[in-house]
Design a protein around this ligand. Structure first.
Ligand code: PLP
Length: 349
């Protein structure tokens, strides 16, 4: 994006790691094609850049939640790429959806009727196999419900693929049992975690999101998935605390000795939520600079006593290992990514 304003906070995004993560997931998907969930602005990284980079690497199938997200990506939808809109079509979406090259993922009999009556073209269909969120009930007569549709991909979604639960196998078997019942070119079940359950779960197309962006959905991925996102924030002020001084809202940290402190331009409005208060850190040359006191809306304070060289105007990396950050903050890895707000400059390297 061309702009002459340089924000005091940025996301350093590792394009090589993004592509390497997709390639690993693609390899793990075996004979199935590997797509990419890029909803919620590419889990906070920027959907257009993610789509462009993954398409260049060979990814063909992309998934967003709604038509607003799809519209923003349509200019990138070159021949051979497919974009599916997971939340289907409401009445309010129809004018746009009929003119779009993206496909709706139809989830309800009402959506199917709407699409059929309007003479909509190729679509996808979601069948619920036990999550009880979106999709046609797998117990119903899905053959009759989907008759006359031109279905590109029939899909279902796993409720707890990140855990070892009997429900995974149950959902997989229900979905496999429907393969004769719905006429579709391809079948798709697995998200990032589902891919790790092995070949039985892959069908024709997989749909990872989290792991593309550096999230670790299951232990099997730990040594293969690379971090993609590093938040960085600029130091707005350096100051000295002496014993007895407190810092930040509600004075939850009080110094018992002298501390040198850097005030950074980052806060909970940037997705760095208050769960990091007293637990987060900045990183410099591999050393942790611990956060002191409470996260504010737009500011945090870190201890730079050990680094007399760090000054106003310098940039610090924020510790953002998604697994560690999740454990420290109480937020899920998904929340740590999708919460990254609009104020960062997103810099791809
Ligand atoms: C978000 C989503 C995905 C991707 O899931 P991850 O857990 O992020 O890999 C796949 N399929 C559907 C239907 C989704 O909503």
């Amino acid at each position: 994006m061309m702009q002459d304003y340089v924000a005091p906070l940025r996301l350093r995004l590792d394009g090589a790691a993004l592509v390497a993560n997709w390639r690993w997931l693609d390899g793990m998907s075996g004979g199935a094609a590997c797509g990419a969930a890029i909803k919620a602005n590419g889990y906070g990284l920027g959907a257009a850049e993610v789509m462009r980079r993954l398409a260049q690497a060979g990814c063909r199938d992309f998934f967003v939640s709604n038509w607003g997200e799809a519209a923003a990506l349509e200019p990138l939808l070159e021949d051979g790429l497919s974009l599916s809109v997971l939340h289907g079509v409401r009445d309010e979406d129809m004018r746009h959806a009929l003119a779009s090259r993206a496909r709706p993922v139809l989830s309800t009999p009402t959506q199917i009727a709407r699409w059929r009556e309007a003479g909509g073209g190729a679509c996808d269909v979601m069948i619920d196999t036990g999550m009880n969120r979106l999709g046609l009930d797998w117990r119903g007569d899905v053959t009759a419900m989907t008759a006359g549709l031109r279905i590109e991909t029939v899909m279902s979604h796993l409720a707890s693929a990140d855990e070892d639960r009997p429900l995974n196998r149950v959902q997989r078997d229900r979905f496999a049992g429907l393969q004769g019942a719905v006429t579709a070119r391809r079948a798709s079940l697995a998200n990032s975690a589902g891919i790790c359950h092995g070949g039985d779960f892959h069908f024709d197309l997989t749909r990872p999101g989290l792991a593309l962006y550096g999230g670790i959905p299951r232990p099997e991925a730990q040594d293969h998935i690379r971090a993609v996102v590093t938040p960085q924030a600029q130091i707005l002020q350096r100051r000295t605390l002496i014993a007895g001084d407190s810092i930040g809202y509600n004075a939850i940290f009080t110094a018992t000795r002298t501390h040198e402190v850097a005030i950074l331009n980052l806060g909970y409005a940037d997705g760095y939520l208050r769960g990091f208060s007293g637990r987060g850190a900045a990183l410099l040359d591999g050393a942790r600079l611990p956060l002191l006191g409470r996260v504010s809306m737009d500011l945090i304070a870190v201890d730079v006593t050990a680094r007399p060289d760090v000054a106003e105007g310098d940039w610090l990396d924020i510790a953002y290992d998604l697994r560690e950050g999740s454990a420290a903050s109480g937020l899920s890895q998904y929340e740590l990514l999708t919460g990254l707000g609009a104020r960062y400059d997103r810099i791809w390297a």
